[in-house]
Design a protein around this ligand. Structure first.
Ligand SMILES: Cc1cc2nc3c(=O)[nH]c(=O)nc-3n(C[C@H](O)[C@H](O)[C@H](O)COP(=O)(O)OP(=O)(O)OC[C@H]3O[C@@H](n4cnc5c(N)ncnc54)[C@H](O)[C@@H]3O)c2cc1C
Ligand SMILES: NC(=O)c1ccc[n+]([C@@H]2O[C@H](COP(=O)([O-])OP(=O)(O)OC[C@H]3O[C@@H](n4cnc5c(N)ncnc54)[C@H](O)[C@@H]3O)[C@@H](O)[C@H]2O)c1
Length: 489
């Protein structure tokens, strides 16, 4: 058994692990990055990038179909599934390659291949042949798709998001289980690429929305394109020839139907990769799901033997189960890297405004506090709500993308902006403006003083802000758009 002493050992070479390495390396030459699987990060291999590549192809098909609404005839639409998947995989490989290139900056002796697990609080066993003694350790092991037992009867026809990007051709049909962000992004893209699709959820949840009005609106909008039942009644799932047969109660007719699909796509959430780390040897306090308690400003895990969070083990990225998003993994990795590098000194890192965007059409986004979180913090009477529809918004009408709704929350009295849920065309941009406004701690009146061009989608945001301002009793209600701001403004 080879033994080695290091200053910082980072488990997992994903986005969080790489950003942790980059920062911890500023403090020591002895910072090792351990990777058990294929390097290249979840984001580039099976996450953000390949999913957006599939969505881009689907958008193109959708625009071609929609062109007729502008008086433009394109003729018969042909979708070459093999070519679509070839481009997805080719571009995906290029993104992975760029990550691998940047990893070359890490000295080979500090890149360790193998599965790491704890033998003791300061000792990691990597594979069969290496034992590492580390002054500090960062857990950046990411997450993996969860496949509930109920879906296992689908056998080898059961895939998850990792499997989709290995397809060499588009299937004829897919049943998607889970209308979360992964299910909606991939499901809508597949439907737009001509795949026969049904989407089944459980308990009524839909994407990231907490606001019932947005959930209802989004459910209707998606159902215009493909079958979606967020609270589905599934009776049986069985392997049938080369397919999977699903018996379910159809949402509107109440009929019992049995349909066959090429694949059952499990988009039923993700679980942190903490179960094979032998965390019981790490001396950490764990919650009932086995996730370490940690301080979100230092990313320092709490020791099992005390109340404090002053241990030498840190956590970052999807493994922390806080907000499984790329920019969060990056930020958490940076904080963990700095604190592990300069341990035992520690500093609180900066955590930015919560921001999440689903690349569906219309897009879904959440910023800052949800309505329930705002009510918990300020009391129900302390929170004002306002909103606007995209249905009559000028620029959205021009583009034939006038579907969607915005809900904004602010604090009564101060007029402080608190958060928003958005469903609408390209709301990724409005979500960023709102996140930046939150970072600046802006009030609704000040946000209304910002410039708004004409005609742009952001004028819809102005309508929502006006509505919220009048609920706050800080300004007049919006009466008629055109009179004040020009058509649709
Ligand atoms: C389909 C999909 C689409 C997504 N789209 C977006 C998006 O558009 N925008 C966005 O912000 N986020 C998106 N995400 C989420 C985003 O990809 C993740 O939040 C992010 O990649 C997490 O990074 P990470 O470093 O925590 O984990 P990872 O990149 O998964 O890295 C963890 C690494 O640890 C390794 N590892 C695990 N256990 C061990 C061990 N014991 N020993 C050694 N190595 C180990 C793993 O092999 C892995 O390489 C998407 C996710 C999915 C699945
Ligand atoms: N655009 C993005 O930023 C993006 C894209 C994809 C993923 N992500 C990240 O990945 C995380 C995981 O996404 P996800 O969609 O896999 O998980 P999720 O937890 O958001 O959604 C899972 C969905 O599956 C449903 N579900 C659970 N068990 C089920 C069952 N047996 N049958 C039917 N439905 C079931 C849940 O009710 C929920 O609606 C997200 O929270 C997000 O942070 C981000």
């Amino acid at each position: 058994m080879q033994e080695r002493d290091v200053d910082v050992a980072i488990i997992g070479a994903g986005t969080a692990g790489l950003s942790a390495w980059q920062t911890a390396r500023q403090y020591s030459d002895e910072v090792v990055l351990i990777e058990a699987g294929e390097p290249g990060t979840t984001c580039a291999r099976v996450g953000c990038m390949p999913s957006k590549l599939l969505i881009a192809a689907a958008e193109s098909a959708h625009q071609a179909r929609e062109a007729v609404g502008f008086g433009i005839r394109i003729g018969d639409l042909g979708i070459d599934g093999k070519a679509v998947m070839a481009r997805v995989r080719r571009q995906r490989d290029a993104f992975v390659e760029s990550v691998l290139d940047s990893m070359q900056r890490i000295e080979p002796r500090n890149r360790i291949k193998g599965h790491a697990r704890f033998e003791a609080p300061h000792t990691l066993r990597v594979g069969d042949d290496l034992r590492l003694h580390a002054r500090t350790i960062i857990i950046a092991t990411g997450s993996r798709p969860h496949r509930p037992d109920a879906l296992h009867p689908a056998g080898d026809r059961l895939v998850d998001s990792d499997g989709v990007f290995e397809w060499e051709d588009l299937p004829e049909s897919v049943a998607v289980f889970g209308p979360g962000i992964v299910g909606l992004e991939l499901g809508q893209a597949l439907a737009r690429l001509g795949v026969r699709l049904r989407m089944f959820g459980k308990s009524g949840s839909l994407g990231p929305f907490g606001d019932q009005a947005l959930r209802d609106y989004a459910e209707r909008a998606f159902n215009d394109e493909f079958y979606l039942d967020p609270a589905a009644q599934i009776e049986t799932i069985a392997r049938d020839g080369d397919q999977v047969a699903i018996t379910f109660i159809e949402r509107d007719s109440g009929q019992r139907l049995t349909e066959r699909f090429d694949y059952l796509l499990a988009a039923t959430g993700r679980r942190p990769n903490l179960d094979r780390l032998d965390l019981e040897n790490a001396g950490l306090a764990l919650d009932d799901k086995g996730v370490p308690f940690y301080n979100r400003f230092t990313m320092q895990c709490r020791r099992a033997d005390g109340e404090g969070d002053d241990g030498h083990i840190f956590i970052a990225g999807d493994a922390s189960q806080e907000l499984p998003l790329l920019h969060e993994a990056n930020q958490q990795g940076r904080i963990a890297g700095h604190n592990a590098g300069r341990y035992p000194e520690r500093r609180a890192g900066r955590r930015s405004t919560p921001l999440s965007i689903a690349f569906t059409d219309p897009q879904m986004a959440t910023v800052g506090l949800s309505r329930d979180e705002a009510a918990d913090r300020f009391g129900c009477d302390g929170v004002a709500e306002g909103g606007a529809s995209f249905e009559d918004q000028g620029r959205a009408v021009v583009m034939r993308q006038n579907r969607g709704l915005m809900r904004l929350y602010a604090e009564h009295g101060s007029g402080q902006f608190l958060g928003a849920e958005l469903f609408g065309p390209r709301v990724e941009h409005i979500a960023h403006l709102l996140a930046w406004a939150l970072e600046q701690k802006m009030g609704i009146e000040r946000m209304l003083e910002m410039p708004f061009y004409h005609p742009v989608l952001e004028e819809g945001l102005r309508s929502a802000l006006r509505d919220l301002n009048s609920t706050l009793l800080q300004g007049p209600a919006m009466t008629e758009r055109c009179l004040e701001y020009g058509p649709g403004g």
